[in-house]
Design a protein around this ligand. Structure first.
Ligand SMILES: O=C(O)[C@H](O)COP(=O)(O)O
Ligand SMILES: [Mn+2]
Ligand SMILES: [Mn+2]
Length: 559
């Protein structure tokens, strides 16, 4: 046995057997909330998930999935897939991107490190471009961080600044983009008063422009590239507030799907294409939806679309988005160093794993799960299956998504008896929840429940175990609420639909014929969160969890 096997060797669990087949199901965006008509999980027919509640408190309970429980700056931060799957897979709570950037900005260290010094070289002679999601959602980026970054950049000599905005409406209310753009425009005009040539240069809605993920649809990135780099877009405006207002009115698109636009000068010329010698910062801290653009900006060899021009720039990410690919090679803040994840322990102990989701969530159960690491730990013991997602649609048009296909692949993997752990992410509650379409989200929840049933049936056949949980809330509450919990109305008296995640806890349930007698949830981990799941699962595979993992949620009662 090599030294790495030795250090990863887990002690046998004193009471739980090995070699059981365990299905680990993550329902994306499936929180627990009061039943009412905006709780799509409650409204939907979800007999399988409903029946699990009867097992409370020994086989069903709630766990925390937001704020400090997943390494975010405050309890006002809703959970998200990145931090949720990181915590689920790593079994410990790491300070996440949002928090690391806050710290680096507060101490000023961000301006002293390698990444900033690298881009600073261009400040005297060239333009500094900032590209990213403009909102205070705190999932991919935060406006206040951009503001501090702009301030620090100007203080350190930048003369010409261009901001390429991506409007949100997904982690924040739809329609809120106008306010964020106004704030930014105001900041930029103050810079102009100080003699800095600072302007918004281009924009577009995040889901239609730039922020695709896991290579689902390169057209999305191309639309952004054309506007940001080439200065070409179907819509041209003199300022960004007007752009967002007019495009919302005229095209009826919501903030998430605004078409690409460029800002032009009095001669109709784009004010901020990216050219040789410029600096570029992508100010999102979260990786999944920046990686594709990072590749387009950084890679010499690139064939996903015709870039027309590949400018020689100094490019830095807010964080390094992929540690394996070292992408991008320059970055302003070091990402969390998540190591010794449960997946890595399990392969070193011979546990065979099958992981599956559809494209839009595939990286969640693999890359995020494994601590933002691409690829296999051990390709002989692991198999990862990606089911292609539909592209070019908003998922309220296809609320079933690939739930049943994921269920089928998981079922087949279970029945093959080739794997000990079958891990899936079922995306419907989250992806359809983000569209704000309540009816479609109800259909989505029903489909997710069916997929769970399909997996349970297979577990039943092989005498296995299941663990069902979620990464954060979304579909269980589709309306913005006032402090009393009542739906909030907009100025026209309409309820304000919530497209974002929530602050709600998520359920976790254990069961199946293979669950050893006496296994039940402990009652001495009342604040348990997503990070407690890894130790729980390791126990159910028949091992003691590493001692620095968050405590297991289960105990084995003597019968
Ligand atoms: O990227 C997204 O789709 C949303 O901002 C967050 O959703 P996720 O955290 O569930 O991916
Ligand atoms: Mn999620
Ligand atoms: Mn989501």
């Amino acid at each position: 046995m090599g030294s790495s096997e030795l250090s990863f060797k887990l002690a046998d669990h004193p009471k739980l057997p090995k070699d059981k087949i365990l299905a680990l199901i993550v329902l994306d965006g499936w929180g627990e909330a009061n039943p009412d008509k905006y709780n799509c999980i409650h409204v939907a027919e979800t007999p399988t998930m409903d029946s699990l509640k009867q097992g409370a408190p020994e086989k069903w309970r709630l766990i925390r999935a937001h704020g400090t429980a997943v390494g975010l700056p405050s309890e006002d931060d809703m959970g998200n897939s990145e931090v949720g799957h990181n915590a689920l897979g790593a079994g410990r709570i790491y300070a996440q991107g949002a928090k690391l950037v806050d710290k680096a900005l507060a101490s000023g260290k961000i301006f002293e490190d390698e990444g900033f010094n690298y881009i600073k070289e261009c400040f005297q002679t060239n333009t500094v471009h900032f590209i990213g999601l403009l909102s205070d959602g705190g999932v991919h980026s935060r406006l206040d961080q951009l503001q501090l970054l702009l301030k620090g950049t100007v203080e350190r000599g930048a003369k010409r600044i261009r901001v390429h905005i991506l409007t949100d409406g997904r982690d924040v209310l739809d329609g809120s983009s106008i306010g964020f753009v106004e704030t930014l425009e105001n900041d930029l005009s103050q810079l102009r008063e100080k003699g800095i040539d600072a302007q918004v240069a281009s924009g577009g809605g995040r889901m239609y422009v730039t922020m695709d993920r896991y290579e689902n649809d390169w057209e999305v990135v191309k639309r952004g590239w054309d506007a940001q780099v080439l200065g070409e877009a179907p819509y041209k405006f003199r300022n960004a507030v007007e752009a967002v207002k007019k495009l919302r009115e005229e095209t009826k698109a919501n903030d998430q799907y605004l078409p690409p636009f460029v800002i032009v000068d009095e001669n109709g010329k784009a004010v901020g294409p990216i050219v040789d010698g410029d600096a570029v910062v992508t100010f999102n801290f979260r990786a999944d939806r920046m990686t594709m653009l990072a590749k387009a900006l950084e890679y010499e060899k690139f064939d996903h679309f015709d870039r027309v021009r590949h400018p020689k720039i100094r490019y830095a990410g807010m964080l390094q988005y992929d540690g394996e690919l070292k992408l991008p090679s320059h970055y302003l803040v070091s990402p969390p160093e998540i190591e010794r994840t449960s997946g890595e322990y399990l392969v070193h102990n011979g546990v065979r794993t099958f992981a599956c989701s559809e494209t839009v969530k595939f990286g969640h159960v693999t890359f995020f799960w494994n601590g933002n690491r691409s690829g296999y730990f051990n390709s002989e013991l692991e198999e990862y299956v990606e089911i292609p997602s539909d592209s070019g649609i908003s998922f309220n048009e296809q609320p079933l998504m690939k739930a049943l296909e994921i269920g089928e692949r998981a079922r087949d993997a279970i029945l093959s008896r080739k794997f000990h752990q079958i891990r899936v992410n079922i995306p419907n509650g989250d992806m359809v929840g983000h569209t704000g379409d309540v009816e479609a989200t109800v259909v989505a929840c029903k489909a997710a429940d069916k997929a769970v049933k399909m997996i349970f049936d297979a577990i039943e056949q092989v005498g296995g175990i299941y663990v069902v949980t979620a990464d954060h809330g979304n579909a269980e509450d589709m309306v913005k609420r006032d402090k009393k919990g009542q739906p909030q109305l907009d100025k026209d008296g309409k309820v304000q639909i919530l497209t974002s995640h929530t602050l709600q806890p998520v359920p976790i349930a254990i069961g199946g014929p293979g669950l050893a007698p006496g296994v039940r949830f402990r009652n001495d981990v009342p604040d348990g969160g997503l990070a407690n799941v890894a130790a729980t699962v390791i126990n159910l595979h028949g091992y003691e969890a590493p001692s620095d993992y968050e405590p297991t949620l289960i105990e084995v009662a003597d019968n």
